[in-house]
Design a protein around this ligand. Sequence first.
Ligand SMILES: [Zn+2]
Ligand SMILES: [Zn+2]
Length: 272
Amino acid sequence: MSARRGHSILRKNKIHNRTHRILALVPVEHAPSDTSDKSENNSDKLSVNDDPLNYLYLFFSEDIFTDLVDQTNLYSVQQTGRSIQVSENEMRDFISIHILMGIVEMPCYLDYWSNRFRYGQIADIMTLKRYQQIRRFLHFTDNNLQDSGRYYKVRPIAEKIRRNCLRQENENKFSIDEMMIPYKGRKAGNRKQYMKDKPSKWGFKNYVRAGVSGMIYDFILYAGHFPSTKEDMGRCKFCQKNTTVYCIKCNVRLCFVTGKNPRNCFLHFHNK
Ligand SMILES: [Zn+2]
Ligand SMILES: [Zn+2]
């Protein structure tokens, strides 16, 4: 555990008078371990004793916060010539504000800071002005590295969350199905889709491998590219092993294997 990480999560000097700061409440020893090393230990595995914050960190790991900070600061420089110098702690606050906004919903984000409806759990964490500043420049990837993928703006973060999902201990039985990530906004163009049979009908189509418990272990975030199966076996275009799975859009055979040694050639093929 690095001193830097422990310090940035705990913020000892502020925690006593700002106990509502939900993302700051984790003790240092409970902070998530570096997720880059698979064999290190088991502390990144899910356990029934985990508190909600640990649970969040299993998927939204430390390195994702670092990326958010780097990319947001970079984007502010690209746009204005000056960095807004958001810190990792501020980014944690920003994310915690959004989690709270999903629980205590108000018609407009300005309401949380308004005189009439002021909601201290959010308004006390950050000034409205700072919140708007981070919101304006929030970025997940360097625009200069743009590729043709439809999700390139969130791809690096989505890939890291996926990697964290893959690291969870697998169950024995899986279900593979389409899932909807709810989104009702207007800024996603044709990435936003409609599925009439889902609880959230509008959003981003996601193809997931989930366990019986509902936990997601793998997913594919590709609009229009979804795996289906053929009756006969054929060689996977990526790894050459036999498979019945293929991409309905590219009409190319690609494995999507579950179980003890999962293999997702479907994703690797579309990522290359
Ligand atoms: Zn394959
Ligand atoms: Zn495809």
